[in-house]
Design a protein around this ligand. Sequence first.
Ligand code: BES
Ligand code: ZN
Ligand code: ZN
Length: 460
Amino acid sequence: MPPVFAPFTDAALPLHVIDQDECANWLQQRPQQVSDWAQANSFTAACGQVLLVPGDNGKPDMALVGYGTAAQRARRRFVLAGAAEKLPKGVYTIASGLDQSALAMECLGWLLSSYRFDRYRNQGEMKAGLLAPEGVDSAAVESLAAAECLTRDLINTPASDMGPDELQAAAEALATQFGASISMTVDEALLDQNLPMIHAVGRASDWRPRLIEMNWGTSGPKLTLVGKGVCFDTGGLNLKPGASMGLMKKDMGGAAAVLGLARMIMAAELPLQLRVLIPAVENSVSGTAFRPGDILTSRKGLTVEINNTDAEGRLVLADALALADEGKPDLLISMATLTGAARVAVGPDLAPFYTDNEGDAAALAAVANGSADPVWRMPFHDPYEARIEPGIADLDNAPAGGFAGSITAALFLRRFAGESRYMHFDIYGWNPTAAPARPKGGAGQGARALFAALPEMLNL
Ligand code: BES
Ligand code: ZN
Ligand code: ZN
């Protein structure tokens, strides 16, 4: 079950969120016994510090939570969540200390800190519940939490239980929940429907390759989301070494992100026509695997020389993007765990994105931090186009040398997005170290920022 606010109770314990710079002041304005208790317990309002203050009867009367200094907060995404994880069992209500601009995201952090990936082992439960504060749209915050939890679950589930079949089932469950229509193009049908590169990448696996298509909404601008659904990426014949392959269950992180974004859009009933395309494959090794040196003809007609079977994401996305472009969307967005180079550039925290549309870039930058979903713009640098042109085919899927690897991959994709207004995210989809509300493991990236920016981008 996705996390929700606690049901109303008038027994909720008031929780005061205290800025470290204001702490002495704040305590001074309280009864002596409160400041004495705080001092005796070394409460300084450092980020995430927690103190229950007893009343005259010895029972807790209030909870104090440290909000740190502005400089400390700048180093974290969620602050309240760090405290929420430490609070004893009970229901809390935020009584003071958070201004309206921070409130919704801090509430989201609280809800997300109760996320557990417990499919294979009981992970215990979070003890502290939170009443929805006044002025916060609780359903909207719960919807953001549910979307993030969906994304995390999909990524965390290992390939043994999250192959193309199961990814399809997850998309079908979402479609059913929100009344979307859904259809599949599976295996040989990919060839009949002229999606040859999705077939080529996925054909070596016993789990048959497919394109998942979900449609929702009947009026308004057309938004098409394309997510990389490589359920496991061995690298293919250009096999990844063990250390690089270990985490590759997360190579469907783009699919997980677009399904999370789709969930937010449908739950909010945004007035738009949504189309979601997910090429779902395993990049595997067998006698039928596509080979280095092969030249594939894409749906769009462009030929692609395979110089590394490990650069498979751009191949499956290329056919999906060409199909998306044919539908003449008002906005086309792809999300993919596409390159290791993106990680080298910006690390696991930031979602790098590409667009030629200045307005879209500005709209996204304006809302990203406030959505607890930091993004960073990267350039579609035209002078690097030559790097993806090999000679005997139109395109090279893996330019030698690897310079600007994330950019050349993005330029490759842009060729297939045609004339569509196009944005691309090269995400990591994984949190390597735990932080408040962000456990180690699968992580949504880009979706919340996009969701917040869509009204501006599409004039909703
Ligand atoms: N799925 C990987 C990219 C990746 C690797 C994302 C590690 C996140 C973490 C992708 O299919 C891939 O292997 N890309 C290659 C491309 C190269 C062969 C041109 C890469 O980035 O090394
Ligand atoms: Zn790969
Ligand atoms: Zn991959």
